[in-house]
Design a protein around this ligand. Sequence first.
Ligand code: AMP
Length: 218
Amino acid sequence: MITLALSKGRIFQETLPLLAAAGIEVLEDPEKSRKLILPTNRADVQVVLVRASDVPTYVEYGGADVGVCGKDTLIEHQAEWGTHGLYQPLDLQIARCRMSVAVRADFDYATAVRQGARLAVATKYTAIAREFFASKGVHVDLIKLYGSMELAPLTGLADAIVDLVSTGNTLKANHLVEVEHIMDISSRLVVNQAALKVKQASLRPIIDAFAKALTVSA
Ligand code: AMP
C-alpha cells in the first residue's frame, strides 16, 4: 500500500491533476466526506488528510510514504525538528504564493529599520522570519501566532507581520501593505527515504509521472 498525505483545500485540489497524470483518481471529495482516509481507483494507493504542518511529520516517520506540502511548512518543520529521512525530489509548482512582511499603511517601516528600531513581528513562520531579519541585521521580537496574523498590527500587538500572500486581498481588506518580499513559495513532493527503497517499484512510477506532468505543463 502507498499512502499519500495531503492537506485539504488548495494543496488537495491542485494535486488532483498530478495524480490524474499518474493514473490515480481519489474516489471521495474531502469537502463532502468526514473520512480521513480516502480510497483511490487503485487498491494499492490511499490518501490521508492531515493538517498542512503535519505532512512532513507523517512522511518523515512513515505514517505516509509520500506527501505534498509548502516550502514554508518544510522550512519551519526542519528548523524545529531537523531533517531525517525526508527526500524532496520535486517542486510541484502548485499552491504558489509569496512570504512577505506587511505593516499598517501608516507605519513608516523604512525609517524604523533605518533607525535600528526593535520591531515587534507577529508570525506563524518564526524560523523564516528570524532568518530573514537576522540577514538584514534588523533586531526583532518575534511573537508566535497560529492564525489571523493580520490582526496583530491593527490591535497594537505587533509592528509587522510575516505571512503568506497570494492575491494581496487579505492585506488590502485589513489596511496593511507589503513592505518586503522574503521568498516565493510553492508546494513540494516529499518522500520517506526508507519507503523509496522498500516500495521503489510502486513509488518510482508515481514520482516519474508527476515529474513528466510538470515538464509538459512548463
Ligand atoms: P490573499 O488574500 O489571496 O493574499 O491570501 C492571503 C491569505 O491566505 C493569508 O491568510 C495567507 O496565510 C493565506 N494563504 C495564501 N496563500 C497560501 C498558501 N499557498 N498556503 C496557505 N495559505 C495561504
